[in-house]
Ligand binder design. Sequence first.
Ligand code: ADP
Ligand code: MG
Ligand code: ZN
Length: 612
Amino acid sequence: MKTQTTDLLKILKHSFGFSSFRPLQREIIEDSLSGRDVFALLPTGGGKSLCYQLPALARSGLTLVVSPLISLMKDQVDAMETSGIPATFLNSSLDAAESKERLEKLDRGEYRLLYAAPERLMLPGFVEKLRRWKVTLIAVDEAHCISEWGHDFRPEYRRLAELREAFPEVPLLALTATATGRVKEDIVRQLHLKNPAIYVASFNRPNLTYRVLAKQKAYEQVYHYLKSHPQDSGIIYCQSRRSVEELAERLSQQGIDAKPYHAGLGTEERSKNQELFLRDEARVVCATIAFGMGIHKSNVRFVIHYDLPKNIEGYYQETGRAGRDGLPAECLLLFGAGDTVKYAQFIEQKSAARERDIAREQLRQILHYAETSSCRRTALLGYFGEETSVANCGGCDNCLSPRSTFDGTVLAKKFLSCVFRIREKGGFSVGLNHVVEVLTGANTEKIRRWKHDAISTYGIGKERHKREWSAIGRELVRLGLLTQRAEKFSVLELTEEGMNVLSSDQPVVLTQQLLPPPETASPSTAPRAQKSGEIVCDEALFERLRRLRKKLADEKNVPAYIVFSDVALRQMARDLPANAIEFRQISGVGDKKLQEFGDIFISEISDHNQTS
Ligand code: ADP
Ligand code: MG
Ligand code: ZN
C-alpha cells in the first residue's frame, strides 16, 4: 500500500507546519515508505531529519533513529515534543527511573520515534525489546560515521550490521551530508543495504554568500564585522586552540559575547559553551574544527575562517553550518599569504611521502579557491563534481563585484622566463618558492649551491614582494601557462601555451590581487538586490518577536529555534497574522504550535502595530 502524496502533505503541514517539501524529501520518504532501503546524501540544512520523522507518523509501529550524539538526540526530541510528535530517546544521560518510565511507555506503544546511540542497540535483550515495539523503519543518521574513510569514524557504528541481520525485513534509511564515493560505498556495504534507492541532492546552498578577504589585521577585521552585524550569531573557526582562546578573550573584553570551544577544554566547559550558543545566550563561538556535528542551531548567520582551512571538504562542511534555516548567511575567509607559507612548511615536515602529497594537493585546492577571480560557488561545487550553469551566482564576492584585471604580460614573461632559465641551467625543474626566490634575488643556500644567482633572471623581480610573485605564479598555473605537479616537490614546468607566451607578444591578463577591505564600509543607500532566501520584514517587530521567543524557550528550557525558526518570526513580522487562520500560514506552524503559541504571538504583533 502506498501512502498518497496528498496525505504526506497533510502530515507535513499538520505536524511540522511546512507547506512544501525540500528537494528530494518527498522521493526519499515515498521510497522508504514503500519498504525500500534508501541512501540519502543531502547537504547540511537539506532537511534530513524530516525524511524519517514524517514517515514515522505516516505508518504504524516505531521508527528507530540511530544517532551518534547524545546532545543532538535531546534537542531533536524536544523539537518533536514541541510539535506534538510522540518521540523519546534512550541513552546514558538518563537515570534509572527515567529509563524505566520510557521503556514502559515504549511497551505501551506510546511513541512513534525512538532515538538511540549505536552502543545501546547491542545491549543484551535490546533486540528483543525492539521486536516487541514493532520497529518498522531503522534510520541511520550521520551514516558516514560508519566509514573509516570519513572524518568522524565511530567504531560502534560498525555493529549496525548486526542490527540489520536481526531485522532483515525492516527497511533501512541511511542519511549523511558528507560522503565521498568511497564513504558512500562503505555505507552501502557495511549496512548491507539491499538494492537501495540512492538520492544525492545538489550541494549548492543558495542562501550562503561566500567571500574572501585579504587578511591584514585579522583581529580588527573580525571585530569590525561583528560590530557591523550586531544582531547576528555565528562561528569563528581558528586553526589552533591558542588562537581560539586569545580571540574569545579579546572579543569578550571588548564587549562581544564570545565563548571558546576546542578539544582541550574540559567536557563541562565545552558543553556549557555550546549550550550558551545554542540558546542564543552567547552570540559568537570561537572554535577549532572540533566544533561541528553537534551544532543544530538553525540561525547561525555567519561562519568566519580566521585562518586558512586545511582543505575544501572541511571548508564546505564548516561553512555549511551557517544558514540551515534557509535565510541569508555569510561565509567569510580571511586569507593571508603568511598562512600559506606556514602551512607549506608544516606539510614539508611530514615524514610519510604519501601524506605529504595529499596535503600538498589539498593546499593547492584551497589556495585555488581563495585566489580565484571567478565564481567561488562554482569552485566549491566543482570540487564535489557538480557543474553549474549560471554565469553569475549573485552570492559570492567575485560575482557581486568582479575583481579588476590588468595587463600582466611583462610580469608573466618575467616569471615564465625564470622557470625556463632555471631548467636550462641545471636540467631540472624547481618548485614555486624557489622560482620566487630567484626572481627576487634572494641569497639562499640552494641558490648558491645551484648557482642560480648566475642566471639572467636572477633578481629581475625585486620591485615586487615575494608573496605577490607567489600569487602571480599560482595564477599562471590556473591560466594553464605552467603546470604544477602534485608529487615531486610540486615542481613547476612550462606548458606549450606558456612557451608560446614567451616566444610571442601574446598578452597575458592578470587579476588584481585581493585588496584590503575599506576601513569602514559606509552603508549604501542605493536599492540593493534581494539575497537568495531573504525575507524583508519589519525589523523592529522581528526583534520583539525574538525576545518573546527567547522568553518562551527559557520557560520550556529548550533552545529558541525549537519554539520557532527565524524564518517563522520573519514571516510573522512581514505578514502580520491577525487570527488563527493567518497564523497557520506561517512556516513551521503546525497544529500543536498554533494551539500553544498562536494567541500569544498574534497579540504581540497586534500590540506592536498599535504602538508603532
Ligand atoms: P539536516 O539534518 O539535513 O542538516 P535538518 O533536518 O536539521 O537538516 O533541517 C534543517 C532545517 O530545515 C530545520 O530547521 C527544519 O525544520 C527545516 N526544514 C526541513 N524540511 C523542511 C521543509 N520541507 N520546509 C521548510 N523547512 C524545512
Ligand atoms: Mg541532521
Ligand atoms: Zn559566484
